[in-house]
Ligand binder design. Structure first.
Ligand code: NAD
Length: 260
């Protein structure tokens, strides 16, 4: 009975999922979770050999996995990627826009190019991938899109003005897709992780006093791990999450809920 309930609500057996920026970190954990739930998984990242390494890890545990290396900020490469996937008979019905970059510096020292590099990956990348794969989802009458926002799309700290602006934008893009394509069977949501222990946050991990900040401000009193984030994405793209649309879900150990 439990098995049947879980299967009906959380199995992704019939699904094909593309997770961008998934050769490592949170993206790899999400790919693993979706693959374990039965999805065919497509790993994407900038570096081909990193993609291959991750695909090998997934295959070693029996997950159906392949890869496609492209830069999400390059619209033409994304389009070519879809053509290649479809040539192999792979039609993406779950898209997780996870790829991301960072550049911590005072806003007044940021060049327009540096600002744009952040927008290009988070915002344009999410647009490029969503716009490329939405038509296939619409024609099937089924699609799930998850945007990787962040707690810093809600509240922020010094040195990350571009990143915070980009993360708020991806949440807004999820709402826009939900409203515009909800009637076509598409659900689009965003997740907003707190501080996750990955290569992305090595600077923070090494910053003196940051562990104390976490202990004092995150009610859970610790870093998140990629494995704290992945099951929430599984829920959002699974049949059981099918009526959740246009939401931004914080996965932050209570950080944003705290008043003092
Ligand atoms: N780590 C955190 O604390 C945290 C918190 C909230 C949100 N996030 C977001 O989660 C996502 C994943 O972060 P992570 O911590 O796993 O970081 P990570 O640096 O470990 O992984 C990001 C991956 O994205 C890839 N990537 C970067 N630019 C790309 C591009 N143009 N095209 C394709 N791939 C590209 C990188 O090569 C890397 O493998 C990011 O969007 C990040 O902003 C992270």
């Amino acid at each position: 009975m439990i098995k049947e309930y879980l299967y009906t609500n959380f199995s992704l057996n019939e699904r094909t999922a593309l997770v961008t920026g998934s050769a490592r970190g949170i993206g790899l954990a999400i790919s693993t979770a979706l693959g374990r739930a039965g999805a065919q998984v497509i790993i994407n990242d900038l570096n081909e050999s990193a993609c291959i390494e991750s695909v090998d890890k997934l295959k070693a545990e029996g997950i159906r996995a392949s890869y496609l290396a492209f830069d999400v900020s390059d619209h033409e490469s994304v389009q070519q990627g879809r053509a290649r996937l479809e040539g192999e008979g792979l039609y993406v019905d779950i898209l997780v826009n996870n790829a991301g970059n960072q550049n911590r510096k005072p806003m007044i020292d940021m060049t327009p190019q540096e600002w744009q590099q952040i927008m290009n990956v988070h915002v344009n990348g999410a647009f490029n991938c969503s716009q490329t794969f939405l038509p296939g989802m619409v024609s099937k009458g089924f699609g799930r899109i998850v945007m990787m926002s962040s707690v810093s799309g809600h509240a922020t700290m010094p040195l990350i003005a571009a990143y915070s602006t980009a993360k708020a934008s991806t949440a807004s893009l999820a709402r826009s897709i939900a409203v515009e394509y909800g009637p076509k069977g598409i659900n689009a949501n965003a997740i907003a992780p707190g501080f996750v222990k990955t290569d992305f946050t090595i600077g923070l991990q090494q910053r003196p006093g940051f562990e104390d900040y976490l202990l004092n401000n995150v009610p859970a009193g610790r870093w998140a791990l990629p494995e704290d984030i992945a099951p929430v994405v599984l829920f959002l793209v699974s049949p059981g999450g099918g009526f959740v649309n246009g939401q931004v879900l914080a996965i932050d150990g209570g950080l944003l809920a705290r008043m003092g």
